[in-house]
Ligand binder design. Sequence first.
Ligand code: PRP
Length: 212
Amino acid sequence: MSTDSLDMRIVDHPLVRSRLTRLRDEHTSSAGFRELLTQLTGMLIYEAMADQPVDDVVVRTPIGPCPGAVLAQTPLMVPVLRAGLGMLPAATAAVPEAQIGFVGIARDEHTALPREYLVSLPEDLSGWPVFVLDPMLATAGSMLHTLDVLAARGATDVTAVCVVAAPEGIAALTASPHAPRLVIGGLDDGLNEASFIVPGLGDAGDRLFGPR
Ligand code: PRP
């Protein structure tokens, strides 16, 4: 699925749907949640990287020369702490060429507004393909803040990779001057009065690491 105004891809695949079902299940343990998030991230990153440019190279097989490809640019993976950390091992396993930056944001539990507590990124992001990792896009406050931080460092090629998203968050990204490409595993119904995604998967950070 795509929208006219946002380059959005929902990865609609039986493996994504079945893993996401188990990820959502309140009976899934933290260990299970981490493993399922790893599996899902591998599939989402594979999709998110589909349009990356490559350079032509030639290798020699034991039989003879063979044309091949290498990624033309080094991607930057940016997990949004905490929950984005649960996506990082699969992202770097899929893209070992990648470098890694960090943005730490905690959503205020009363106002749902983002509070930044860490930025660790290259100073100049112009020319970098940047992949922001966060399991959940709810109001999009955290993602919009991250996009502002990236844009202030010159990033113009940004893909947000999220497991589940709410329509409210997608609308907010669409209206953003820094609208990214968006790759998601599931589009949910909406937000509840506490700005949690419904049906969602609960609080991904708490399910991965325990309550703060
Ligand atoms: C969650 C989630 C996103 C954000 C989504 O993080 O991982 O970062 O909320 O909500 P939003 O779209 O309304 O901003 P949280 O603030 O709970 O922090 P955590 O990952 O440290 O648990």
